[in-house]
Write a protein that binds this ligand. Structure first.
Ligand code: NAP
Length: 652
C-alpha cells in the first residue's frame, strides 16, 4: 500500500486504507479534532499549502475546544480535509515521502499556532510521535556489543508505568534485570486506585508510551480498568512478566564500596527474606502511592468503617449510608460525583477548593468518526498526540509563570495567569450561577497552577447541588467515634468516612532504607527534603537511579509517561557509559547536583506553585518545592538525552 508503515506500536495494526465513500468521509470529518488535522494532512501529502493562514489556531486559545477555531474556520478546514482525503483514497492511499525537516518545522509551527521557536522541538517531536515506525528512544547499544564479558544485573523496584518501561529498555539493551513488585500484578497506581470514577486526567493519546501508542483508545480519558489493561498488555507484549517477582517488598538497599554493588533485601509474600546482589538499582516506586491520612485528632477513634481513596474498600455498601468525604483533590472530585447518587447523605469536607479546567469530553467515548480518522489517516493520531503535548505542556507554561512586571496579587502571578484565572472563574460562575452560596465556597482564592488544575464536565456542580450532598468548609476540629466535629462545634455524625487526602508524596523512596557510600542513610541525608540531579541520581549513592524522583512532577497536565521515558533513557545512558567504559559505578558530583538544584529552586520560586502560599503536596515539610519541574518539557528531554561524563565520578 504505502512506502513505509505508519505505526510503530504493537497495539495498533497498520493504518487502514480508505475505501469509504465521500459522504462517509465527510461524516467522519464532522467529528474530527480539527487543529491537528491539517498538520497531519500536510505531513501525509507534503502539501504545505494546506496550512492556510486563516486556519491557523490562536496560540492563546489552544486549550479551548477545537483550539478556539470558529465554526467558519472549522467548516473550511473540514472541507479542505475532505478534498485531500478523497484524493488520497483515489490515488491508492499513497503517502508522500517524509517531509524535509524544514517542512516539518513549518507544520509544527502551524500546529501550535505560531509565536514559539519550534526548531529545538523537531527531534523531540520525531521521537515522541514515532510516526514512521521507529522507536527512537530505544537504547543505541547492546551489552553484548559493549561489554559482553561483564557480569551486570539491575534491580528495578516497582512494576508500574516507570518500572515496566525501565524493564523494556533494559531488555532491549540485553542487560539482565529483575523487578520486585509489592503487589500481585503490574500497573502500580492503576492497579491500586480502584475508586469509583478513577480515570486519567490527561488525554490518553498523550498518556501512553511513545513506542506503544494506541490509535483506538475507547475514551478520551481512560478509566482505570482501561489503563490497567494497557499496562498489563505492555507487560505481556514486551515479555516482562517472567522478570517480575510479585508480592515481593524491597526493604533495603545497601551499597558496598568494596564490591561496587548493592545488596537489596527483599521480603517475599511467604515471609521469606532474600538478599540480592545488584550492580545498579532503579527505583520506580512512584510518588503517589503511600496514602496520607490526615493528622486529625481522634482519627483512630471512629467506630464505623473508614478507608482511603487509594485503598477503596469495595466490601462496604454505601447505599443509604451517611458518608463523610475528607478532601476535594484530584481523587475526591472523581469519586464524589460517582457515589453521590448512591449514598444516603454525603458530607464533603473541603479545606481548599480546586480550580477546574472545563473539559466537555472528559467522560466521553472517542466519537466514531474521530476513531475512523485515527485508523485511516496516517499520522493523524500522532499529530494529535503532539497537539496535546503542546497545549497541555510547554504551550501553557507562561500561564503559570510569575510575571516580574505584575503588581503582586494573591490570586494571580501574572497577566496570562490572571487571564487563565478569569476563564476558570467564568466557568465556576456559570456552573454555580443558581447557587451563590456554593459559588462562594468553590471559588479558589489562589493563582491557577499553584495546586493541580483538575478537570470537570459539569459533574462537580451537579454533585454538590444534590439534595443529599452538603459541602462543608469549616475546618475539621476532631474525629470522634461517631463522626466529624468542625471548628464551629457542630458534630457531623456519619456511618462511613472516606479519606481523599492524597499521598505522602514528599517521602521519596520510603519506607525503604537506602544506605550509600560511607554508610550514609538516604533519608537522613535528605532530612525530609529530597533532591536529586535531574530527578535521577543522588551524590553518595552510586548506581542508584530514581524514576519520577524529586522535581520531575508536572503541574500543568503534561504526561508523566514522557518524564519517565526521558528518565529511563538517561538511566540507560548511564549504564551504557559504565559498561562501554569498563567502569563499575558512577556517582553524580555534588557540585553538579547542587548547582542544578539551585537552578531548579530559583525557577520554582518563579512559578505559581512556588510563589503562592497555598498549601499543596508540591511542597514538603520545609516548604520547599521538591516535586515539580519548573522548566519546559523540552529542557528535560534535552538534559536527559545522554549523561555528561563530566557530571559524574566514574568509579572503576
Ligand atoms: P490531593 O490532591 O493531595 O488532595 C488531598 C485533599 O485532601 C485536598 O483537598 C486536601 O486539602 C485534603 N486534605 C488533606 N489533609 C486534610 C486535612 N487534614 N483536613 C482537611 N482536608 C485535608 O490528593 P489526591 O486527590 O489523591 O491526588 C494526588 C495527586 O494524585 C494528584 O494531584 C494527581 O497528581 C494524582 N492523581 C491523578 C489522577 C488522575 O490523573 N486522574 C487522579 C487522582 C490523583 P488541601 O487542598 O487544603 O491540602
Amino acid at each position: 500500500m504505502r512506502e513505509s508503515p505508519f505505526t510503530s506500536s504493537p497495539f495498533v495494526g497498520e493504518v487502514e486504507p480508505i475505501v469509504e465513500s465521500d459522504a462517509e468521509i465527510r461524516a467522519a470529518l464532522a467529528e474530527a479534532e480539527v487543529p491537528p488535522l491539517l498538520p497531519a494532512l500536510a505531513y501525509l501529502t507534503g502539501d504545505l499549502s494546506l496550512l492556510r493562514e486563516g486556519l491557523r489556531p490562536d496560540p492563546l486559545l489552544l486549550g479551548m475546544p477545537q483550539g478556539g477555531l470558529t465554526e467558519d474556520q472549522l467548516d473550511e478546514a473540514r472541507a479542505l480535509a475532505l478534498e485531500v482525503l478523497i484524493r488520497f483514497r483515489d490515488g491508492g492511499c499513497r503517502a508522500a515521502t517524509t517531509p524535509s525537516d524544514a517542512d516539518i518545522l513549518k507544520i509544527m509551527e502551524f500546529a501550535v499556532g505560531g509565536g514559539s521557536d519550534m526548531a529545538p522541538y523537531l527531534p523531540l517531536l520525531e521521537e515522541e510521535l514515532a510516526v514512521r515506525g521507529e522507536d527512537r528512544r530505544a537504547p543505541s547499544w547492546r551489552k553484548a556489543d559493549v561489554a559482553p564479558d561483564v557480569d551486570f544485573e539491575v534491580v528495578i523496584i516497582g512494576a508500574g508505568m516507570s518500572g515496566l518501561l525501565a524493564a523494556h529498555r533494559l531488555k532491549q539493551a540485553g542487560v539482565r534485570f529483575v523487578i520486585y513488585e509489592k503487589n500481585d500484578d503490574v500497573g502500580g497506581t492503576w492497579l491500586e486506585n480502584s475508586y469509583p470514577g478513577c480515570r486519567v486526567d490527561n488525554p490518553n493519546h498523550n498518556y501512553s508510551y511513545s513506542f506503544a501508542q494506541r490509535h483506538d483508545w475507547p475514551l478520551h480519558f481512560s478509566t482505570q480498568n482501561v489503563l490497567l489493561d494497557y499496562f498489563r498488555r505492555c507487560a505481556d507484549t514486551f515479555d516482562l512478566r517472567e522478570h517480575i517477582r510479585f508480592e515481593s517488598v524491597v526493604r533495603s538497599a545497601t551499597w558496598s564500596e568494596v564490591d561496587r554493588r548493592w545488596t537489596v533485601q527483599v521480603q517475599h509474600a511467604d515471609g521469606r527474606d532474600e538478599a540480592i546482589e545488584a550492580n545498579a538499582v532503579v527505583s520506580a516506586v512512584g510518588q503517589l502511592n503511600r496514602p496520607l491520612f490526615p493528622d486529625i485528632e481522634g482519627r483512630e477513634s471512629f467506630e464505623g468503617p473508614s478507608f482511603h481513596s487509594a485503598r477503596w474498600d469495595h466490601t462496604i455498601d454505601l447505599r443509604d449510608k451517611r458518608v463523610a468525604v475528607i478532601g476535594t483533590g484530584a481523587s475526591a472530585v472523581q469519586f464524589i460525583p460517582e457515589i453521590a447518587p448512591n449514598v444516603g447523605e454525603l458530607l464533603v469536607f473541603q479545606r481548599t477548593p480546586p480550580w477546574f479546567g472545563p473539559t466537555d469530553n472528559y467522560h466521553a467515548a472517542v466519537e466514531p468518526g474521530l476513531r475512523w480518522l485515527y485508523a485511516h489517516v496516517p499520522s493523524y493520531s500522532e499529530w494529535n498526540r503532539f497537539y496535546i503535548f503542546w497545549k497541555m505542556g510547554d504551550g501553557v507554561l507562561a500561564g503559570v509563570r510569575v510575571d516580574p512586571d505584575w503588581e503582586p496579587k494573591d490570586h494571580a502571578v501574572g497577566l496570562f495567569n490572571d487571564m487563565l484565572r478569569q476563564l476558570l472563574t467564568a466557568y465556576l460562575d456559570a456552573e454555580f450561577a443558581d447557587r451563590p452560596d456554593l459559588r462562594e465556597k468553590v471559588l479558589p482564592t489562589y493563582p491557577p497552577g499553584a495546586k493541580r488544575l483538575l478537570r470537570d464536565n459539569g459533574v462537580w456542580a451537579d454533585a454538590l447541588k444534590r439534595e443529599n450532598v452538603e459541602l462543608i468548609t469549616d475546618a475539621i476540629r476532631e474525629i470522634t467515634p461517631t463522626g466529624v466535629v468542625t471548628a464551629d462545634g457542630v458534630a457531623h455524625d456519619v456511618d462511613v468516612i472516606i479519606y481523599g487526602t492524597g499521598f505522602q508524596a514528599s517521602k521519596f523512596l520510603t519506607p525503604m532504607t537506602v544506605t550509600g557510600r560511607d554508610g550514609v542513610d538516604l533519608h537522613e541525608h535528605w532530612k525530609g527534603d529530597a533532591r536529586a540531579y535531574l530527578g535521577v541520581t543522588v551524590p553518595g549513592f552510586p548506581n542508584l537511579f530514581c524514576l519520577y524522583g524529586p522535581n520531575t512532577n508536572i503541574v500543568i497536565n503534561g504526561s508523566i509517561v514522557y518524564f519517565s521515558e526521558c528518565g529511563v533513557r538517561y538511566v540507560l545512558g548511564c549504564l551504557g557509559l559504565l559498561l562501554a567504559g569498563g567502569h563499575r559505578a558512577l556517582d553524580v558530583r555534588k557540585d553538579v547536583h547542587d548547582e542544578f538544584n539551585q537552578r531548579v529552586d530559583a525557577e520554582n520560586a518563579l512559578m505559581a506553585w512556588g510563589r503562592s502560599d497555598v498549601n499543596s503536596w508540591y511542597k514538603n515539610e520545609h516548604g520547599h518545592v521538591a516535586q515539580n519541574w519548573p522548566f519546559t518539557l523540552l529542557e528535560y528531554w534535552q538534559r536527559t538525552l545522554a549523561p555528561d561524563p563530566d557530571d559524574y565520578q566514574l568509579i572503576d
